[in-house]
Design a protein around this ligand. Structure first.
Ligand code: ADP
Length: 603
């Protein structure tokens, strides 16, 4: 193994996007992918070996892990030709389907499907023995953020959802569910419907419903009912630590002799405390936070609060004609949201997001460059929409809804040209029909459509947080729009309104088979992250390729928070096996600078 390693040294799996700087590797550090090992690849050995592994050591690990999970639950990735799953409905478990660097870069060497918690514990113990990096995921859709792919090439992917996919409990009295990693939003919704529980309880769902409830909540994803902040609404977790040890958080740490169970159960099989899904905090330090967007544990069970059926519901759309209406709208939205007149997580969508839902770019224009104001106005006219379109809902019995809706209408009527539309009154607004389902917890796949704006459409999300003010919103929007134009990419975005802030979600759509366009998208997001940081804005979540860059922007007091995260990481995972590099947190046995990914040179 060479002493000085180059991340991109002739490795055809990589491209110019990867940091070319050579990285000194001390004997203690785990090196970058080793081209020598790669070129002398034995038939049957993985496409990308984990760093520091010889084919022989890797084969030894695979033999040992097959004894744990069974051969049928080990899928070796030996050939780029295996990376063919490229659609949401048939997702890859080994690579990023929306790849912004070469698709063979962020790729697992094998995917394991543990059958239960004990398998996971045994796998973790084996990984510690071999110092094998392992990347857990629940379903692996994670669209726009890296899919199922690991941050560290060659890691073992841990597909938790294949076998561990049970709704363990739905409790009507307490309005919660306890689920395993493989339970999707569709699954839980279907469970409620099949068991005649939908009349009592709703599950909050994100834009598309095929993701895991656990995966989405731990990544702090959002939905659109009043229960839209999924992390806020989770309650109680069971976690396998990197050592293989099993913990339960909050009230789950307290044994409950009142719950019936027989002797001889493994700890993961023992029924949880009856307040586990009712009270988040338990006693002592509140641990759950360190297992969110983290590489400190594998979540094997999680509670999620369900929304009692509000006994009445009405979705609505408010269209706003002008670009600058964004400013006024946000200043109207803030007090309404704070007072909970806006009860749910509403969204203020740019016309092109709705246009892309209804057709690809070619269906509107032959132009490749970003559309100008005139063209956007003409699309809005054609679709009977505004430049901005606000989708919300009111919940509760009719008198309650009437008061809320008239207050909302009155506030928005101060914007000239605002129009108010209910889904029951129109057949012309397909997005409103979909949103009407989503905002009452009915999952769908409809919103996948906008990714086809470009041929072979893939996307990245740039998702900075902002104050809900006209000033901040306009500034963030203008900055983004200007950079999109420079990159030759249409601005497609939405403001998703949280309790006191908004997630500005910019959908950077590109042709995944066109390297030049991919590079533009990559340049754009890197530039936006930097621009945002210069304004004091940070992103809430990101793609694998950008984790280090964003982590670097959260640098108060000489990166004190990262130092804390690294201290915890090294204490809980001394061999650095669990998801090295996730969200920029690298264990001490990795040379984090050598693993950085930088912007493409030019476009
Ligand atoms: P989706 O729900 O969209 O399919 P994933 O299952 O891919 O999303 O999860 C997204 C990310 O969340 C993963 O890449 C991983 O980092 C993290 N994650 C998902 N499930 C777990 C889990 N059970 N334990 C720990 N981390 C998880």
């Amino acid at each position: 193994m060479p002493d000085t390693l180059t991340l991109n040294g002739g490795n055809d799996a990589l491209n110019g996007n990867i940091n070319r700087a050579t990285a000194k590797s001390s004997s203690k550090k785990v090196p970058n992918p080793d081209t020598e090992a790669k070129e002398s690849r034995n038939p049957g050995s993985p496409l990308t070996l984990p760093p520091g592994f010889t084919p022989e050591k890797y084969a030894e690990f695979i033999s040992a892990v097959q004894l744990i999970v069974g051969k049928e639950n080990v899928d070796l990735i030996t050939d780029a030709a295996q990376l063919i799953h490229e659609h949401y409905t048939d997702p890859s478990k080994a690579h990023d389907m929306h790849n912004v660097v070469e698709k063979t870069y962020f790729v697992a060497s094998a995917v394991l499907c543990p059958r239960d918690v004990k398998d996971i514990q045994d796998i973790m113990r084996l990984c510690n023995q071999f110092e094998m990096p392992v990347w857990p995921f629940s379903i692996g859709r994670n669209t726009g953020y890296g899919g199922a792919a690991p941050r560290l090439p060659g890691s073992i992917g841990l597909d938790l959802g294949k076998h561990m996919n049970k709704v363990l409990e739905v409790n009507v009295e307490g309005a919660f569910a306890l689920v395993e990693p493989g339970v999707t939003f569709f699954d839980l919704h279907d469970y409620l419907v099949k068991n005649n529980l939908r009349d009592q309880l709703w599950v909050d769902v994100p834009d598309v419903g095929g993701g895991s409830i656990i995966g989405n909540a731990v990544e702090r994803g959002v939905g659109y009912t009043p229960y839209g902040d999924h992390w806020m609404m989770h309650c109680g977790m069971e976690i396998v630590l990197p050592s293989g040890e099993l913990i339960r958080t909050g009230m789950g740490a307290l044994p409950d002799p009142s719950r019936p169970h027989s002797e001889g159960l493994r700890p993961d099989q023992v029924p949880g405390n009856r307040a586990w899904q009712l009270f988040n905090y338990g006693f002592g330090p509140y641990n759950d936070g360190i297992f969110s967007q983290s590489n400190l544990g594998i979540v094997t069970k999680m509670g999620i609060w369900l929304m009692p059926n509000p006994r009445g519901y009405q979705a609505y759309l408010i269209t706003l004609p002008k670009d600058e209406d964004l400013s006024k709208a946000l200043d109207i939205i803030r007090p309404l949201r704070l007072q909970m007149v806006l009860q749910n997580v509403p969204t203020l969508r740019h016309i092109l997001l709705d246009a892309a839902y209804s057709g690809n770019k070619k269906s509107y224009t032959d132009k490749d460059e970003p559309l100008n104001d005139e063209e956007l106005d003409s699309i809005a006219k054609k679709l009977k929409l505004g430049r901005w379109n606000f989708y919300g809902a009111v919940y509760g019995p009719e008198p309650v809804r009437n008061v809320l809706w008239s207050t909302i209408k009155q506030a928005f009527s101060t914007i000239e040209g605002a129009k108010f539309i209910l889904p029951e009154e129109t057949t012309e607004h397909p997005v409103l029909q979909t949103r009407s389902g989503t905002l009452q917890g009915i999952p769908s796949l409809d919103e996948l459509a906008w990714v086809n704006w470009q041929p072979n459409g893939a996307h990245l999300f740039f998702s900075p947080i902002a104050k809900i003010t006209g000033e901040d919103g306009m500034l963030q929007y203008s900055m983004t729009k200007k950079r999109c134009k420079e990159a030759g990419i249409d601005f497609i975005g939405t403001f998703t309104i949280g309790m006191r802030e908004m997630h500005h979600i910019v959908c950077i759509v590109f042709d995944r088979y066109n390297k030049a366009k991919r590079d533009r998208a990559h340049w754009l997001i890197r530039t936006l992250i930097q621009d945002a940081a210069e304004h004091g804005w940070g992103e809430y979540r990101t793609h694998l390729a950008l984790m280090d860059q964003i982590a670097d922007t959260y640098c108060f007091n000489d990166n004190a928070q990262m130092k804390l995260n690294e201290t915890i990481k090294n204490a809980l995972d001394p061999k650095g096996i669990l998801a090295p590099g996730k969200n920029g947190v690298w264990p001490s046995n990795y040379d984090k600078d050598a693993w950085r990914i930088s912007a493409p040179d030019a476009f």
